[in-house]
Structures are given as structure tokens and as C-alpha cells.
Design a protein around this ligand. Structure first.
Ligand SMILES: [Zn+2]
Length: 119
């Protein structure tokens, strides 16, 4: 076993502030509850403009695809008090999330082609 175990910081990634909620959670697989607890998302089942989300701690709920919903805002602003102990979100995922920046004029909209459309 080689001892080269670098604590590499994840690359910064940039997403648009106006990215659609479903695309965002599809990508980062995290959900901030109203109580400020960050859960890991197990499945997202899209049903029109709503989706049923199931977390790793087996909570299921419906959400609307809105860029301005509470969850979308909290995710962008990284507002959470704690991390769900049942979901066991891996550290790398939290690090990746914390290195993610949300910009108004720059970054991916997370569309299929992952294009970075100028404003
Ligand atoms: Zn949880």
C-alpha cells in the first residue's frame, strides 16, 4: 500500500443561483429540513412539477420544483445547524458541498448538457 494519502481539497465548483431545485438536489443529494438538519437523499421520484424525496433515514415527502423555495434558498446559503445522524452523509460529500459556490452570473445551470450559458 502506498502511503500517498493526501488530504486533497475538493475543487471549487460553481452553480447558478437560479438553478432549478430538482436539478440541484439531483446533483448534490442533500436536503435541509425545516429544523435545519441536513439529510442525505436516497431517491428523487419526479412527478410532473413535484417530486417525492426519500432520505436515507427513510423520511418521504413531496416538494415543488421552485428556485425560490425555502429548501432552495437554504441549500444555496448553506444554512443548516447539524447533520442527520441516521443518514450518515459521508465527509467527502459535505466537503464537496461546502466547496460549492452559488453565483448569479457564473456557473452551471445543471442542464443535461451542463452548459454555462452567459446571462
Ligand atoms: Zn436523515
Amino acid at each position: 500500500m502506498s502511503a500517498e494519502k493526501k488530504a486533497k481539497k475538493p475543487d471549487k465548483r460553481y452553480y447558478r443561483k437560479r438553478v432549478e431545485l430538482f436539478r440541484l438536489i439531483d446533483k448534490i443529494k442533500l436536503w435541509p429540513s425545516r429544523r435545519g438538519i441536513l439529510h442525505g437523499i436516497k431517491t428523487i421520484e419526479k412527478l410532473g412539477d413535484q417530486a417525492q424525496i426519500t432520505t436515507h433515514c427513510n423520511k418521504a415527502f413531496m416538494v415543488n420544483d421552485s428556485k425560490n423555495s425555502r429548501a432552495a434558498r437554504w441549500l444555496r446559503n448553506k444554512w443548516f445547524k447539524g447533520v442527520c445522524g441516521v443518514c450518515r452523509i459521508p465527509d467527502w460529500k459535505l466537503e464537496k458541498y461546502s466547496s460549492t459556490q452559488f453565483k448569479r452570473q457564473y456557473g452551471s445551470l445543471l442542464t443535461e448538457k451542463n452548459e454555462q450559458i452567459p446571462p
